[in-house]
Design a protein around this ligand. Structure first.
Ligand SMILES: [Zn+2]
Ligand SMILES: [Zn+2]
Ligand SMILES: [Zn+2]
Ligand SMILES: [Zn+2]
Ligand SMILES: [Zn+2]
Ligand SMILES: [Zn+2]
Ligand SMILES: [Zn+2]
Length: 1739
């Protein structure tokens, strides 16, 4: 509400208007004067200024006028006595998720918005969700839309209040003022919105002074692309790229935009330029108009007034009614439509922004009120045709057309009926369609779509939806008016169908193939649109007997008028088996035929309904109908399909094949093929059966063939005849057996669906969605599947991948019909095969018997006589005779199969009849005729059948024939009234024997098949090998004989056995390294080779990647550019922000084989389309040749040296080499090293010599004393291994630091140690996550990779500068020993100690390097080095853990253990350095520290195990890592005291000064105060974020998502980062940012920091996971949400409720934690083999 401020006094002004004689003129005068002063000024106002001025000068006075007082006060009063609407009416934006209830919605167009749905009862029903296409609104509160629960809890009026109150709730004065104002304003709005260039404004609104200020306005259209418009603008109105872009975006959004202001001339110039420039690009020019500035100003204000109206209407239902009243009242002079109609009629001419305002006004006013909705609907119907015409000629989308409102009106059942009665809306709609399609009529008044405009036709088809809406709920009560109007509409509808009946006839092409494929899609798309409408018309008719009868008669009359297309010949007599048929000749293969027969089919449908209700009795002179004539066209159509399938129409091209396909496809069949079958059944029930079959033979063009008057040896023709015979027999099977149509037999709709489902499942187990896809849907998109599925099938749950499947229940199998009429050819053979297989498995014979069909309704009962008439027996005899006489070109097995099925059907029918009544009553005498006819020559059906049994070529049918012969026996007995004893014994005895035989045969067959299979594989293998050998000949020649290099290793075995018990990895008591001979097979050449240090290298595939899996500070990746001693990569900070992971798929190759393969891959991949998306050649990527994992390097395999540890030596040394002594000699050594002393700042700020001498009490040591504890020569590695060391190390360095490859960089060894440490930590993390034992539970690939990495890291030193390594060692040691401390050395809270441990252990051998000789410590020296390094680090880490911990567990301080007291002492010492001493018990401290140490100890154990090969204790092999008490075992393996605090007591003298230094470092309080967040131990384990169980919760979140960077209401793609839970705005230009100088989308930018380039996102609206790695690569992955049928739902296409599947989410988590995302992407890309490049980086 506006403040009056310094603008005119609103109250004053409004009073003046009120009192004026002509207040309308007064108000308009005011607007005319004010509006141009606010909008569209030469110097534009800022949006706020403009808004404020509009409020105070324009809107405020208007509001004063309404209320007659200060608006705020008036509103308060109003609110007290008015109720707000119970309708929600929220208008949907495009893409917004909406919900419908399958249980309660009247029709699928009834939807709820997210908020209402969450508060409604339907949340627990079978709901559906889908994305709105925009424009609709929420139906919450609409009583007619829902069977139950029409209101959510928010919109529930509380029961007592009535629906919408009709009376006006406003005070009469208020009402009167509002009415006056609304009338003025709405007509003002209308005038300006419908204003056109050439119209004069009415005098009241003519601007006073004609200022020469104009705008050049550009309008939106669908012909020109964004780029076209930008190009045109830049060229025409002299603006830069960004300006042009802004203009274009706004034009697209709003529909128009002023691109220039100036004089009329300059605007005219700009207009001409734009038009000519745009014409160059696409043939049509852009729409440009020149508007006077004043008019532009008024139009701008009018749009604002629209929103203002919405606000005012929202205040009170009274205002809403006033508005509706004004909008709908006829114009004063009466010759104009009402205001709202004028706006509607102008809709297609308005620009987008204006349309939106009008539509929204209609939504919030007339559609919210029952009575006004009715009045509006009448207006809408009145102008319906015009509106549709405008829409069709318009090029805007339907969602922004006024016609889209139809769904809001026509779907309301009461309104629909009212509109039929009042305006005959059916006639209006059908009339509109007919008129729109008129241009497609040919001279015969039939449609003909050659050269049609598909876009226009699509627009016309939309009108069919309206017809569907009208018919969606059939009336429960018929008024006389409704009957009349409905029938009237039905007639018009028949008129439309007349134009389709017989359209697009085809003629069989002979000789040449057709030159042009005829058009067919248009006709079928009409048919598809009509499908539900036809069904609904029939449904309406069936609800009233009179209507039904009248409709049937009308339909018949119309059909007769259509059918008078001349037959070309006079009727003729045809003779067969003493029967005569008099019919006109016609041949499908020679005359035109059409597949479109909607009227015939409608008639068939109505006829069945008549039979169903019994009204057929009331049909006068029903016998007058000539069924031979009625059935002729449908029969031709069936024959056409048969001939096409017999390949007789090959020259007619694909278009005909497609038509026949759709004719029988689930999308069309119920109103096409199925109805033709019904028509055939009707005819069969009414005609003499012999005549009926003769007609069929005639139309199938088989009459002569079966009459014996045909002979030909043309193979092609015989093939056609055989195929046609098969099809004809199939048709008889169908006509006789397919009775699952309500009205034809006593079945319900559920029975029908059940039968469909059974038959689908008989082909194979199916997922719910595939079942749905294969079942016909009704107009509400329901298949009825849910109601029956549980009765016929059992559900099998899905695993971690794949989907849930339904399997048919065994007891339902008796329904199975191998010749089910909805089977396609492939389904038929699939079902046949799987059912035979099943019967064989169950030990049954292979005869697939026909099922017993339900009995026909009385009206159809005579159809059964088909199978006992003379012609039928004649046909069977002919066919069987051909097979018995074995004329191979005259019969096929398929033909026999069908004939046998027919015999079976006939026998079953006879049996049923005989069982139901007495022999005398049964007229069905098939068995008698089968025995009798032709028996004199030994050629009766029965005898022929017996003969076929012996035919070897019919081996597969033997079981069926056997069963048929038994059936004959059974019937014979029934007829003779004796029990069929003979046959019964045969029945039981035979199978057993045959089962036995069969088993034997089966076994033999299987064995043979297996043998064949083996042979085939062997042949393939040897061919492959040959190829490989040839292409790698050189390689083979150069290779040493395998095996000769191996050293005998068995010698030490017994010794090794003895040492086994010593499970200690380091220190004087370490166990031995057992000898392990590893012989591996190269996956490329398949040669075996032993892994030896001196042999050619074997390598392991590996992938190095940066990883944030363990990070404690997600989203922060430190830059590692700084190169100083205190930073990464020398020291890994404790947050593990980003590590370098090296993983492997565990596949081994020769280094040489790999190099060859790699080169070959590089060459071939370069030439492959988009291969760069999969592998990054520049960066050495390749796919593992075996498993297609993505790799970027190889790790050389280096065997462990077997070692029997010399314990005597070790004991000796122990006396001398104490910790202080060790430190002393180490310091001395370092001091003497040139490499280190060259650096000047060592010890600069530490206390130099004094400190060290005080630490090392035993006097100065000599530079070389370190060597005296044992040295040895370094191990010799073969050249190829050392080469591979370099390859691998370089990759690790390059990837880990994201830097250029440089094998000489001093940081190479650092990165090698880092990746070793990080990979171990990652593995420890996985083991803990899965709670598996530390050793023995790793997958082979992980274990092989781990071992190889550790050995590689240990050996890499040999290829680096020893001086570099010595310097690194010294720097790292500085953290522990003050002697070596330097300026930037981090404090103990700033490093990850496991990384430090690995670095120190792997670098210390370099200290033994002498100038002239390569030396390394002996085994004994090494083990002491390991021991002391580990002990020092363990102590430092314990201090670290303690310093940082705050959450000490509460432990009841009962007994004082040794550990607890040691811990207490430790605690006091640490806190002695002047820090406040928390009051804690020793055991609490002990527990806390031990807990924090565990991961470190586990990592250390893994590390030393891989390094030394010493067996771990049994306990670590089988106990899950999280179990209690494992710390002790770990400690013993690592030569640590069980009570870790003991260390501090053992080394008290040495450690006390260190401790002081550690804790006293000034860096500690600083570090803890928080420049980086504090990492507590054990570290937090990362997991994918928690997802809600119900997917709609996520959708809800997404709908409230606000892009952080833009404020427009465009549709966004909210995307969830599963690592950190951030919601991103993906795929949107607003959130593009720069990464390394490239434009990338929000996800890519986020992944760079969140996952070091790797990302896992959930795209919420699409319901799919996106995996991302690096900027260019990504792939999609199914979301871990499943519906109740165990299926995922990409894009929410099916829209079933979705629930989180924890197993699948766990799998995704594993994918991440095991660093397999990259691998998964590469693999999926390799499979998909992308045809177009997806721009992943823009996500
Ligand atoms: Zn709602
Ligand atoms: Zn609601
Ligand atoms: Zn419901
Ligand atoms: Zn090889
Ligand atoms: Zn592999
Ligand atoms: Zn994230
Ligand atoms: Zn955004």
């Amino acid at each position: 509400m506006a403040e009056s401020g310094n603008s005119p006094d609103g109250l004053e002004l409004s009073k003046k208007w009120l009192e004026a004689a002509d207040s309308r003129a007064e108000m308009l005068r005011y607007l005319k004067e004010q509006v141009p002063q606010i909008f569209c000024l030469k110097k534009e106002l800022s949006p706020q200024e403009e808004e404020e001025l509009m409020q105070s000068r324009l809107l405020y006075p208007l509001e004063c006028f309404i209320f007659g007082e200060h608006p705020q006060e008036g509103l308060e009063k109003l609110k007290q006595d008015s109720t707000s609407s119970q309708l929600c009416g929220r208008v949907f934006k495009e893409g917004e998720t909406v919900y419908s209830c399958r249980d309660c919605a009247i029709d699928p167009t009834c939807v709820l918005c997210m908020d209402c749905f969450q508060d409604s009862v339907h949340k627990s029903h079978r709901y559906k969700m889908h994305a709105s296409s925009g424009g609709g609104f929420c139906d919450c509160g609409d009583l007619e839309a829902w069977k139950i629960g029409p209101c959510c809890s928010k919109h529930d009026p509380g029961g007592a209040t009535a629906m919408v109150t009709d009376e006006c709730v406003l005070h009469p004065e208020l009402y009167e003022r509002a009415e006056r104002l609304f009338r003025v304003l709405l007509s003002y709005i209308t005038e300006f919105l419908v204003w056109e260039e050439h119209f004069e404004l009415s005098a009241e609104l003519q601007p006073q002074t004609k200022e020469n200020a104009y705008y050049c306005v550009l309008y939106n259209d669908e012909h020109h692309s964004y780029d076209h418009v930008i190009y045109t603008l830049q060229r025409s109105v002299n603006c830069d790229q960004t300006e042009a872009q802004t203009h274009t975006t706004l034009i697209d959004k709003e529909g128009r935009r002023a691109v220039k202001r100036g004089t009329f001339r300059s605007c005219q110039q700009a207009k001409d330029l734009i038009r000519s420039n745009s014409e160059h690009i696409s043939l049509q020019p852009l729409r440009v108009e020149i508007l006077q500035a004043a008019i532009m100003a008024h139009q701008t204000f009018v749009i604002r007034l629209g929103s203002w109206f919405q606000k005012i209407i929202g205040y009170s239902a009274g205002f809403r009614q006033v508005f509706c009243q004004v909008a709908l009242e006829p114009s004063a002079d009466g010759d104009q439509p009402c205001l709202i109609s004028r706006l509607m009629l102008h809709d297609a001419k308005m620009y987008k922004g204006a349309r939106k305002v009008v539509h929204e006004l209609i939504f919030c006013s007339m559609l919210m009120d029952a009575e006004f909705k009715r009045l509006f609907a009448i207006e809408f119907t009145k102008y319906y045709k015009q509106l549709q015409k405008d829409f069709i000629n318009d090029d805007h989308e339907r969602s922004i057309s006024i016609t889209a409102l139809s769904v809001q009106i026509f779907t309301v059942p009461t309104l629909a009926r009212h509109l039929i009665e009042e305006g005959n809306v059916i006639k209006v709609i059908v009339g509109t369609i007919s008129e729109m399609l008129r241009e497609h009529l040919d001279i015969n008044n039939r449609f003909f779509f050659l050269g049609y405009n598909s876009d226009k036709l699509l627009r016309i088809q939309v009108i069919f939806h309206d017809l569907r809406y009208i018919l969606i709920s059939k009336p429960s009560i018929w008024t006389e008016e409704l009957r009349v109007e409905f029938l009237e509409g039905f007639k018009v509808f028949l008129g439309l169908l007349t134009c389709m009946q017989g359209m697009e006839e085809v003629m069989r092409q002979l000789g040449q193939h057709i030159a042009v494929e005829p058009e067919w899609e248009a006709g079928f798309s009409l048919q598809i649109q009509l499908r539900h409408i036809l069904a609904m018309f029939q449904d309406w008719c069936s609800s009233d007997e009179n209507i039904l009868l009248l409709a049937y008669k009308e339909c018949h009359t119309v059909l007769m008028q259509c059918n008078n297309q001349p037959f070309y010949k006079e009727p003729k007599d045809y003779y067969m088996c003493k029967h005569i048929l008099n019919v006109r000749p016609y041949k499908v293969s020679q005359a035109p035929v059409s597949i479109h027969l909607p009227i015939s089919r409608l008639l068939a449908g109505l006829y069945v309904l008549l039979c169903g209700t019994g009204a057929i009795e009331r049909l006068n002179n029903a016998e007058m109908y000539d069924f031979t004539q009625l059935v002729d066209h449908p029969l031709r159509c069936v024959v056409l399909a048969a001939q096409v399938s017999a390949e007789m129409w090959r020259r007619n091209g694909l278009s005909l094949v497609s038509q026949v396909y759709y004719y029988q496809d689930v999308k069309c069949r119920d109103e096409m093929y199925d109805k033709d079958v019904v028509m055939l059944q009707i005819a069969a029930s009414k005609m003499d059966p012999n005549h009926f079959l003769m007609l069929i033979l005639l139309r199938f063009e088989l009459f002569e063939y079966f009459n014996g008057s045909f002979s030909s040896n043309d193979q092609d023709e015989l093939m056609h005849l055989n195929r046609l015979t098969e099809e004809m027999l199939y048709l008889i099977i169908v006509v006789f057996g397919e009775r699952y149509v309500p009205g034809i037999s006593q079945v319900t709709k559920d029975d029908v669906t059940m039968r469909e489902v059974i038959h689908l499942l008989c082909t194979e187990p199916m997922a719910h969605s595939s079942l749905v896809k294969n079942l016909p849907e009704n107009e509400s998109h329901e298949t009825g599947l849910e109601a029956v599925i549980a009765k016929v099938a059992t559900f099998k749950k899905p695993g971690v991948s794949g989907h849930g499947l339904y399997e048919v229940k065994k007891e339902q199998l008796q329904e199975f019909n191998p010749f089910f009429y909805h089977y396609s050819r492939s389904q038929h053979s699939k079902a046949d095969e799987s059912q035979k297989k099943r019967r064989a498995q169950e030990g049954n014979d292979k005869a697939l018997r026909p099922p017993v069909p339900p009995p026909f309704c009385p009206a159809f009962s005579s159809v059964v006589h088909l199978l006992c008439c003379d012609i039928f027996v004649h046909i069977l005899r002919q066919i069987l005779l051909r097979s018995v006489e074995d004329q191979p070109t005259h019969w096929t097995e398929a033909m026999i199969q069908r004939a046998l099925h027919l015999i079976g059907q006939a026998l079953l029918e006879e049996k049923t009849q005989l069982e139901d009544s007495t022999v005398e009553e049964v007229a069905f005498d098939f068995s008698l005729k089968a025995h009798r006819v032709g028996s004199e020559h030994g050629k009766s059906v029965f005898l022929l059948l017996s003969k076929t049994k012996a035919l070897p070529s019919l081996e597969a049918q033997k079981d069926t024939i056997k069963w048929l012969l038994q059936m004959f026996e059974v019937i014979k007995c029934l007829r003779e009234k004796s029990s069929p004893t003979a046959s019964v014994t045969m029945d039981t005895s035979k199978p057993e024997e045959s089962v036995h035989d069969k088993e034997k045969a089966e076994r033999k067959r299987k064995a043979e098949a297996a043998k064949l299979h083996r042979q085939k594989i062997m042949a393939q293998m040897s061919a492959m090998q040959k190829n490989f050998i040839e292409s790698n000949k050189m390689l083979y020649d150069n290779m040493p004989e395998s095996g000769t290099q191996g050293e005998p290793v068995t010698a030490n075995e017994s010794g090794a056995m003895k040492q086994r018990e010593l499970c200690i990895a380091i220190g004087p008591n370490r166990g031995s390294t057992p000898p392990e001979r590893e012989v591996l097979t190269c996956i490329l050449c398949q040669e075996e080779q032993e892994v030896l240090a001196q042999a050619p290298a074997m390598v392991l595939t590996a992938c190095v990647q940066r990883s944030t899996v363990l990070t404690q500070c997600r989203g922060k990746i430190p830059t590692n550019r700084a190169d100083g001693p205190g930073t990464y990569p020398l020291f890994m900070p404790p947050e593990l922000a980003v590590g370098t992971h090296t993983g492997s798929c565990g596949h081994v190759m020769h280094a040489t084989c790999w190099q060859k393969y790699f080169e070959a891959v590089q060459n071939t991949t370069r030439n492959r389309l988009h291969a760069e998306l999969i592998v990054d050649l520049e960066n050495g990527e390749y796919l593992c040749p075996l498993c297609k994992s993505l790799c970027n390097t190889v790790v050389p395999l280096i065997p462990l040296e077997p070692l029997t540890f010399n314990h005597e030596n070790s004991e000796m040394i122990r006396q001398h080499l104490t910790l202080p002594r060790w430190i002393q000699i180490l310091s001395a050594r370092i001091k003497g090293l040139k490499s280190v002393t060259q650096d000047n700042d060592v010890n600069a700020d530490c206390d130099g010599g004094n400190g060290s001498s005080s630490l090392c009490g035993e006097g100065p040591s000599d530079f070389r004393s370190i060597l005296s504890y044992g040295v040895q020569e370094p191990r010799k590695l073969s050249d190829s291994i050392t080469d591979m060391l370099v390859v691998c190390a370089t990759t690790v360095h390059r990837v880990g630091l994201k830097t250029a490859p440089n094998e000489l960089c001093p940081r190479v060894p650092l990165m090698v140690w880092n990746t070793c440490a990080f990979t171990i930590q990652a593995i420890e993390n996985i083991l803990q996550e899965d709670n598996k034992p530390l050793f023995g539970s790793l997958q082979n690939r992980q274990l092989a990779g781990l071992k190889a990495i550790v050995q590689f890291s240990a050996s890499q030193r040999l290829k680096s500068s020893q001086a570099d390594i010595q310097r690194h060692f010294t720097d790292m040691m500085g953290v522990l020993l003050p002697v070596m401390c330097r300026k930037n050395t981090p404090s103990i809270v700033e490093v990850d100690f496991f990384h430090l441990l690995v670095g120190l252990v792997l670098s210390i051998p370099s200290l033994y390097q002498e100038e002239a000789v390569d030396l390394q410590p002996s085994a004994v020296s090494s083990t002491y080095n390991h021991l002391y390094i580990l002990h020092l680090i363990t102590m430092a880490h314990m201090v670290q853990v303690l310093l940082i911990s705050t959450d000490f567990p509460v432990v009841g301080d009962g007994e004082e253990t040794e550990e607890a007291s040691a811990a207490a002492e430790f605690f006091t010492t640490v806190y002695a350095a002047g820090r406040p001493l928390p009051d804690l018990s020793g055991s609490s401290v002990a527990q806390r520290v031990k807990m924090g140490m565990e991961p470190f100890l586990r990592c250390a154990a893994l590390f030393f195990n891989c390094l030394t090969g010493v067996h771990p204790p049994e306990e670590l092999l089988c106990t899950p890592v999280a179990s209690q008490g494992l710390v002790e075992t770990l400690c013993s393996y690592l030569a640590l005291p069980t009570n870790l605090f003991q260390l501090f007591q053992d080394y008290r003298d040495t450690v006390s000064p260190l401790l002081q230094r550690w804790c006293g470092s000034p860096a500690i309080p600083k570090a803890m105060k928080g420049k980086s967040q504090i990492v507590r131990y054990p570290r937090r384990r990362n997991r994918l974020i928690d997802l809600p169980e119900d997917y709609s919760v996520l959708l809800n979140q997404a709908s409230h998502f606000q892009c952080p960077k833009s404020t427009d209401d465009e549709r966004k793609h909210p995307t969830l980062c599963l690592f950190c839970g951030a919601m991103l705005c993906s795929q949107s230009s607003c959130c593009v940012s720069k990464l390394d100088g490239e434009n990338v989308g929000a996800c890519t930018a986020h992944a760079a920091t969140c996952g070091a380039g790797v990302g896992m996102f959930l795209r919420i609206r699409e319901c799919e996971i996106v995996l991302m790695a690096s900027k260019t690569r990504g792939s999609t992955y199914p979301a871990p949400y499943l519906d109740d049928y165990g299926e995922t739902d990409h894009l929410l296409r099916r829209g079933n409720p979705l629930h989180l599947c924890p197993e699948r989410y766990r799998k995704l988590n594993q994918l991440w934690q095991q660093h397999c995302i990259l691998e998964e992407i590469a693999r999926s890309l390799e499979v998909v083999n992308v045809m177009f490049a997806l721009e992943w980086q823009m996500l």
